[in-house]
Design a protein around this ligand. Structure first.
Ligand code: ARG
Length: 606
């Protein structure tokens, strides 16, 4: 599949195979190999070792090598000089320049352009399964990861923390899939616990069958708020509410048919609504699990095992607890005195059940940093239980969002936020009548741009940072926003459409496209960015930071918009027009791939 149209890949057989180095699908790897071969001989080191020392160049250079890191005896500056003296330019590497103990290399532009555009074209249009895309790699081949994310609580608010978990979790799932991992995604719903007792009691008092069916999430939340207000009342009245709720939950735990049936209705109707929102957000789950799906037996077994291992103590009030002070993790209750389980009990047993089922190589929990302690506690408990896979559990955390309320200032649900973002975008689009008339489904498009705005705002900075929800900044078409990225993509699509109207299309045999005509600095800058995309994906897998991808896409979009005037397509001589068009088509493909990695749906018109 990796045969490029000009057959360049045959050259790679001259190099040793280095794990994780994939020149057929990553042009930069091919150039790094070429640079490594120019280091290995004069330095007298294996090519693998030379390869590790090659960094992306700072300032103008393509690659920079810091000679001291090879720890050779003698002066690094002299070794650097040896490298430069021995250097012979060729098809791949055009120059080597010494700066003290550093050597910088430049890739030969025509080779770079050809290789990168060929690879993008091959991987976008000629891979048998649409699963592979440019930038994907095989580093996770044969490995299984479970990614748990979103995990809202039924009958409680879907808050910003859940939104962030959803957005970041979808991104991580995409990154793992793009790097060859076998991914299973789980939505671990908060669908168990005393609050369902509260909801059941509340539903008897304030519920409406009608409202449950049409809008379960808002209705149950409403009921939950009202009954909690009753529960806060002084004296007997408040106490009675809580007693009834506890009693109802106890019945659920004991498997009482009527109680379970009522609870299940609440869950089913809520889930149906959630699924609509996820679909709108372009988010999917392989498994809708939840706290309710953790079996009583698994919890009993886990508690018993901990007891036999001497990990459990009984508190004064009869509750069973684990002390984790030694690890500065306090202590945590596993079981209340009436035998009912807690949030952490379910997480402990749930993880064990998942391992037994999936035998994962790692499992990721995408949960707000407010729960750092909880996650650390149950990871530690699993570790103390002697489960070797406990070490493969990872908590991907993130900071808080301030001010996620509607523009009018009222607290709102996810749906409200998305609706409002869509409506504002729709108003904006209407302002340009001519364009508006051209968009096939303006409402849907506006909705999509609105969601892009919400998502990009969320992923633009490091996960752990807190941020403030900012309507006007995030919905702007200027600056680093979701609408800007969508616009950049749509504009590239429009270039292709207008070229087609003028009779210009990319031939199936791209080897006939004269890429050597792409000589402008602006063209090289775009190609160099396109070449960097596979590295961006690799970094994302290491850091779990969507912001790296977002930053990259902004850079790419800026480079493209900076080139409109120098790389004009229409009205040029045909060969030149075609070469430029191909560059823009490839740029469009990579921008689109990057947007999809971030769970956005790239727009063709807007
Ligand atoms: N439902 C929880 C909440 O909203 C989040 C679940 C996080 N995942 C977990 N395995 N504990 O707070």
């Amino acid at each position: 599949a990796a045969t490029t149209s000009n057959g360049v890949q045959s050259a790679y057989s001259a190099y040793p195979a280095i794990p994780g180095v994939e020149p057929q699908i990553c042009a930069l790897d091919a150039f790094r190999l070429a640079v490594a071969s120019k280091l290995a001989a004069p330095l007298g080191i294996p090519i693998e070792k030379a390869y590790e020392g090659i960094d992306i160049g700072k300032k103008e250079a393509d690659f920079t090598v810091a000679i001291p890191r090879f720890r050779l005896s003698g002066k690094p500056d002299e070794w650097a000089k040896k490298v430069v003296d021995a250097f012979q330019p060729d098809d791949m590497v055009e120059s080597a320049v010494q700066d003290k103990a550093f050597v910088s290399f430049m890739m030969r532009t025509p080779t770079l352009v050809r290789k990168v555009l060929d690879q993008i074209n091959d991987l976008t249009y000629h891979t048998p399964s649409k699963k592979a895309e440019y930038g994907c790699n095989h580093s996770g081949k044969g490995k299984k990861v479970i990614i748990e994310y979103s995990s809202p609580n039924i009958a409680k608010e879907f808050h910003a923390g859940h939104l962030r978990s959803t957005i970041i979790g979808a991104f991580l799932s995409n990154v793992h899939r793009a790097t060859g991992w076998d991914v299973t995604t789980i939505n671990y719903l908060g669908d168990w616990g005393k609050q369902f007792g509260m909801v059941a009691v509340g539903f008897d008092r304030y519920g409406s069958e009608e409202a449950l069916k049409t809008d379960a999430i808002h209705h149950l939340y409403d009921v939950y708020v009202k009954i909690n207000r009753d529960g806060e009342k002084e004296g007997e009245e408040g106490k009675a509410v809580h007693d009834a709720a506890r009693e109802f939950f106890k019945r659920m735990e004991d498997g009482d048919e009527a109680a379970v049936k009522q609870w299940k209705r609440f869950r089913d109707f809520s889930l149906e609504r959630y699924k609509q929102s996820y679909e709108r957000l372009n988010i999917e789950f392989d498994v809708y699990g939840g706290e309710s799906t953790v079996s009583q037996k698994a919890m009993q077994d886990a508690v018993e095992k901990m007891q036999t291992m001497g990990l459990v103590e009984t508190g004064e009030d009869g509750a069973k607890l684990v002390k984790l002070d030694k690890w500065k993790l306090g202590s945590t209750i596993l079981q209340k005195k009436d035998g009912t389980s807690l949030y952490i009990t379910r997480d402990i047993a749930g993880a064990i059940e998942r391992y037994d089922k999936y035998h994962f190589d790692k499992m990721i929990y995408v949960v707000a940093s407010q729960q750092d302690l909880h996650l650390a506690q149950f990871f530690k408990v699993l570790d103390l239980m002697g489960l070797p896979w406990a070490k493969t559990l990872e908590h991907v955390n993130f900071g808080m969002v301030a001010g996620m309320s509607s523009r009018k200032g009222t607290a709102v649900s996810l749906d409200h936020i998305l609706n409002e973002a869509g409506e504002v975008m729709h108003e904006q689009m209407r302002k340009n009548e001519a364009k508006y008339a051209n968009v096939e489904n303006p409402e849907k498009t506006a909705d999509e741009i609105g969601m892009s705005a919400v998502k990009i705002q969320d992923m633009a900075a490091k996960r752990i940072n807190n941020y403030t929800f900012n309507w006007s900044r995030m919905l702007s078409f200027e600056g680093d926003t979701g609408p800007y990225l969508q616009y950049a993509h749509a504009r590239l699509c429009s270039v292709q459409r207008r070229a087609a109207d003028a009779g210009l299309t990319i031939p199936t045999d791209v080897s006939t496209v004269k890429t050597e005509l792409l000589v402008e600095a602006g063209a090289r800058a775009i190609v160099a960015l396109l070449a960097a995309y596979p590295d961006v994906v690799r970094t994302a897998l290491k850091t779990y930071e969507p912001s790296g991808v977002v930053t990259y896409l902004f850079k790419l979009s800026h480079a493209i918009s900076g080139a409109w005037e120098t790389l004009v397509v229409l009205g040029q001589e045909k060969e030149l027009a075609l070469a430029r068009l191909w560059l823009f088509v490839c740029a469009r493909d990579v921008l689109g791939t990057g947007l999809r990695l971030l769970s956005l749906r790239p727009l063709e018109k807007m």
